[in-house]
Design a binder for this molecule. Structure first.
Ligand SMILES: *[C@@H]1O[C@H](CO)[C@@H](O)[C@H](O)[C@H]1NC(C)=O
Ligand SMILES: *[C@@H]1O[C@H](CO)[C@@H](O)[C@H](O)[C@H]1NC(C)=O
Ligand SMILES: *[C@@H]1O[C@H](CO)[C@@H](O)[C@H](O)[C@H]1NC(C)=O
Ligand SMILES: *[C@@H]1O[C@H](CO)[C@@H](O)[C@H](O)[C@H]1NC(C)=O
Ligand SMILES: *[C@@H]1O[C@H](CO)[C@@H](O)[C@H](O)[C@H]1NC(C)=O
Ligand SMILES: *[C@@H]1O[C@H](CO)[C@@H](O)[C@H](O)[C@H]1NC(C)=O
Length: 417
């Protein structure tokens, strides 16, 4: 750990490899090598390797420097000749980078190139702690959205910080809008510069133990358009017109579109490419429902990006009602049915009373009838006592008649014996 935190300079390995001139042709003069090879960072993800010229070079020598880069022991085969006393290379920081340089008298077969002078830059921090799987997307030419995962050896509370720099910025900027989603880290920063060809992104942590990592990206390869919005459908006879709003951030003609539609009843869809923000589809079945969605893609020639936008929300048109309308219906129909049932029940109760009045209880009727009659006779008796007297006399007469009859019969029987 202590070693990891040691200053960079201590680990700078200046290795001058003197070539053994034994094998070279007799008489060929070896050019002296450059000296004081060193490096410094330019902004965040670039290194400036510098050296001093060799002494005592004859004026007949067309002096140039050849340099080469070796990453993780693999020569990159990007040898370069130059009269400059520096060379700028990308810095990835998470792997060992060796840089070597030598002096040559170009096109002079009387001299031998100098031996290589070499220095190396070792990665800092613990292996496996650097952020991995860094990917960025230039969202609608407005925001750069970068995502990464923590290294497998990084502690779970590692707080990574993203810095970015591009030509035109004085100093690297620190990204400030972070997010984490299921172990994926992200940061969003505003980026609207259309003419920037490279953007450098550095992810590191405050802890020296966490290995930093750099990435250099070409923004035009990262362009992702916004999802097409305000998709509208209109149907005239057997033709459907689909329209959506034009992008406000893309130059005109720099977006291509794909419209996908399907007949609501069938699962398979058809894709129609479009260079404009509308399409017309004719020959449709007027009795079917059609479902549409749209996505956008940057046009090659404007951007060399393969990222499509997300699909727009599905919209439908046709015989079967719009999904939003049917949703409204699904909610309102049972409500209407329930309310009208209640109203109907209440109304029916009243109607029943009108059509079928309550069935009267016969006992009640009889009771009432007799009750009234008794009252009547009593009243009569009070009002007309003479009548009652007559009734009594009549009853007595009938009784006496029966009596006389019954008294006569035994006599007759006796007579017959
Ligand atoms: C690299 O460093 C040298 C020496 O300091 C300087 O002259 C040169 O301009 C630097 N290169 C860049 C690209 O900054
Ligand atoms: C360079 O040449 C001068 C004379 O021309 C000589 O004195 C000096 O020692 C030489 N230096 C080296 C490093 O060869
Ligand atoms: C150098 O090259 C020239 C022609 O390009 C040739 O004539 C000459 O012999 C060469 N000398 C050596 C030492 O190889
Ligand atoms: C993580 O640490 C272990 C042990 O130190 C090491 O063997 C492994 O290579 C590291 N992982 C990575 C991805 O470097
Ligand atoms: C990361 O940030 C959180 C919250 O700001 C803090 O609690 C935690 O200690 C930090 N982790 C490290 C390794 O600094
Ligand atoms: C951070 O990003 C989210 C989108 O992921 C955005 O809604 C929010 O406004 C941003 N916050 C700031 C302070 O930029």
């Amino acid at each position: 750990m202590a070693l990891q935190g040691a200053p960079v300079r201590c680990r700078l390995l200046l290795a001058v490899c003197w070539a053994v001139a034994a094998g070279t042709a007799a008489g060929a003069k070896v050019v002296p090598p450059p000296s004081n090879l060193d490096y410094s960072f330019i902004q965040i993800c670039a290194l400036n390797w510098t050296w001093n010229p060799p002494p005592n070079i004859s004026s007949s020598c067309n002096l140039e420097y050849a340099s080469d880069i070796i990453i993780n022991e693999v020569p990159q085969d990007i040898k370069k000749w130059s009269k400059d006393l520096f060379r700028v290379t990308d810095a990835f920081l998470d792997e060992e980078v060796r840089f070597r340089v030598r002096s040559e008298c170009r096109h002079d077969n009387t001299t031998e190139p100098s031996p290589w002078v070499e220095t190396s830059l070792l990665p800092k921090g613990i292996p496996g702690t650097a952020a991995v799987d860094l990917s960025c997307v230039w969202d609608n030419l407005e925001y750069m959205v970068c995502k990464w995962r923590p290294g497998e050896n990084a502690s779970s509370d590692t707080n990574y910080t993203l810095f970015y720099w591009f030509d035109g910025l004085k100093n690297p900027e620190k990204c400030s809008n972070y997010s984490t989603d299921q172990g994926i880290f992200g940061c969003i920063f505003s980026f609207t510069s259309p003419n920037v060809t490279t953007i450098s992104i550095l992810i590191r942590a405050d802890s020296e133990e966490v290995r930093p990592v750099c990435a250099i990206k070409n923004p035009t390869t990262l362009v992702k358009p916004a999802t097409p919005s305000q998709v509208t459908l209109s149907k005239i006879n057997d033709k459907i017109d689909v329209k959506w709003s034009e992008s406000e951030t893309f130059p005109k003609g720099c977006l291509l579109y794909e419209v996908k539609y399907r007949n609501g009843d069938l699962d398979t869809g058809r894709i129609i490419p479009s260079e404009e923000n509308s399409v017309s589809i004719s020959g449709i079945d007027p009795n079917s429902k059609y479902v549409f969605k749209v996505k956008a893609k940057p046009r090659h020639g404007c951007y060399s990006s393969e990222f499509y936008s997300d699909w727009s929300e599905e919209k439908s048109i046709g015989d079967k009602r719009d999904s939003t309308i049917s949703l409204v219906l699904i909610i309102t129909i049972p409500l209407i049915v329930a309310v009208s049932t209640i109203i109907l029940l209440v109304y029916l109760k009243r109607l029943k009373i009108l059509i079928l009045p309550p069935i009267p209880d016969p006992r009640e009727i009889l009771k009432r009838m007799f009750g009234e009659q008794n009252e009547d006779s009593q009243n009569c008796a009070k009002d007309d006592s003479m009548n009652a007297y007559d009734k009594l006399i009549m009853e007595e007469e009938i009784h006496s008649l029966i009596l006389t009859e019954t008294s006569e019969t035994p006599n007759s029987e006796k007579e017959n014996r």
